[in-house]
Design a protein around this ligand. Structure first.
Ligand code: BGP
Length: 480
């Protein structure tokens, strides 16, 4: 980031804000009639062990206590000038066991209060229906999305949501990072079969059930809440060839296809040929009914995605070893720097992915997650405690500049919600020390802390970006 020409202007009506998920902020895991979710038994995040029942070392059980502090928190977001706030509804607050006949009124009333607060401040809600927090009972009784029955339970849940909030919420996302089920079957798909034992057949059947459920939600929204706009949500990760060898470029194509399939089905309403070939050649015979095929034709209004990093791909098995252990596969890009958690920082990748998705689907796009997880240090400045998070400001500045570039390329972008606008518990590692927020929350990895909220330096910076509609962003000299 250097002080030079101002960034390109963002279109009028562009939505500026931040994003969260219920299981990472709410806490109150057993309050108000809430049932257990899969997160309540994942004290160490994706890679860690699952426990039988919630254990006290699970930071998500208390989160950042948004359940009780939502009004204070939303007021802080409003102070930054947010025009949109992304949050998820905890499925197990509404249907504690997932397969209950009737919803839990206390859970529904909580989100009424959150929406009241957002309305008070003129902030548009952006609601994720299912964000890695499937009711635990659906995992234990049905093996999650491997079971077709989940479609019916999800349908019951979304009908209740559209009925209750359909007039108040315009933007809906059906499943958070739906393609992540390929890599994190328990967290993403509530599938209890260990990943190593899960057959491609069962995995892709689960994918199919989710895709049908997503299309069904879109259909129901369009019928019952005519102003609602429904989007899919994918984990976006541009893939670059490690070398110019055609075999590496082909490896990129295959890696891309594995993820693009999810958007292709959501936008085009049917499985693409390359996916059918993959199924055919890997002995995957999906149970797809005629009704499923009809449902898939209910395509999304927009495509949303998270973007944190890019990766490289190669056909060379030796070079591939460097990527072992990387949850999304791929190998590190030797030209990029990484965050402390190994996520390679690549602002240009955001422009690339925005263009790729726009060229492919011609649907409005929404960047609903992006940000830098970093350790922060509270310091005293001007008589108050704060964090001088210039590293975060630089990361977000550079990525937003690239969103502006994509807009100038002609890409239709609805808005941008930075991930973890208020510090929260990490999804992959379940730490609080991996912080993303403009607002610091006084809580440590050992669970101590007062939960006090404090504005970081990036708080004022982001407020300035929003106030100026992006004109205050600084462009680099790299010809971005
Ligand atoms: C995405 C998830 C979020 C979020 C984010 C950052 O994959 O949708 O829930 O947590 O990544 O990841 P982490 O929390 O692991 O740093």
């Amino acid at each position: 980031m250097t002080d030079s020409t101002p960034a390109r202007p963002f279109p009028p009506g562009f939505l500026w804000g931040g994003a969260t998920a219920a299981n990472q902020i709410e806490g109150a895991y057993a309050t108000g009639g809430k049932g257990l979710s899969i997160q309540d038994v994942m004290p160490r995040g994706i890679a860690g062990p699952r426990t039988e029942r919630p254990t006290p070392d699970n930071l998500k059980l208390e989160g950042i206590d948004f359940y009780h502090r939502y009004a204070e928190d939303i007021a802080l977001l409003a102070e930054m000038g947010f025009s949109v706030f992304r949050f998820s509804i905890a499925w197990s607050r509404i249907f504690p066991s997932g397969d209950d006949e009737l919803p839990n009124e206390e859970g529904l009333a909580f989100y009424d209060r959150v929406l009241d607060e957002l309305e008070k401040h003129g902030i548009e809600p952006l609601v994720t229906i299912s964000h890695y927090e499937t009711p635990l009972a659906l995992a234990e009784k049905y093996n999650g999305w491997t079971s077709r029955e989940l479609i019916g339970f999800y349908e019951r849940y979304v009908r209740v949501l559209f009925d209750r909030y359909g007039r108040r919420v315009r933007y809906w996302l059906t499943f958070n990072e739906i393609n992540s089920v390929l890599h994190a079957p328990f967290m993403s798909g509530a599938i209890t079969t260990p990943k190593e034992e899960l057959s491609p057949q069962d995995l892709y059947q689960a994918v199919h059930h989710e895709l049908v459920a997503s299309a069904l939600a879109t259909k129901i929204a369009h019928e019952t809440a005519p102003d609602a706009r429904v989007g899919c949500m994918v984990l976006a990760m541009p893939v670059y060839p490690l070398t110019p060898a055609p075999a590496d470029v082909l490896a990129v194509l295959h890696a891309d296809h594995a993820n693009l399939m999810f958007g292709d089905v959501h936008v085009r309403g049917a499985y693409p040929g390359y996916a059918l070939r993959h199924f055919r050649e890997n002995g995957i015979e999906l149970d797809i009914t005629d009704e499923d095929r009809e449902l898939l034709k209910h395509t999304v209004d927009f495509v949303s995605f998270s973007y944190y990093m890019s990766i490289c791909e190669t056909a060379d098995p030796e070079a591939r070893k460097a990527g072992e252990g990387n949850i999304m596969g791929g190998v590190p890009n030797p030209t990029l720097q990484a965050s402390e958690w190994g996520w390679q920082i690549d602002p240009t990748g955001l422009r690339i992915v925005l263009n790729q998705f726009w060229d492919r689907w011609q649907k409005p796009l929404f960047v609903v997650e992006n940000g830098l997880g970093a350790r922060d240090e509270l310091i005293e400045a001007d008589g108050r405690l704060t964090v001088e998070d210039d590293y975060r400001i630089a990361y977000l500045n550079d990525h937003l500049v690239q969103v502006g570039e994509a807009v100038a390329d002609g890409v239709e972008v609805l808005g941008y919600t930075s991930w973890g606008c208020i510090d929260l518990v990490s999804a992959s590692t379940a730490q609080l020390s991996k912080r993303y927020g403009f607002i610091h929350v006084d809580r440590d990895d050992d669970g101590t802390g007062t939960l006090a909220r404090r504005r970081k330096k990036s708080f004022d910076w982001y407020a300035g970006v929003i106030r100026s509609q992006g004109a205050s962003l600084l462009r680099g000299d790299d010809g971005a």
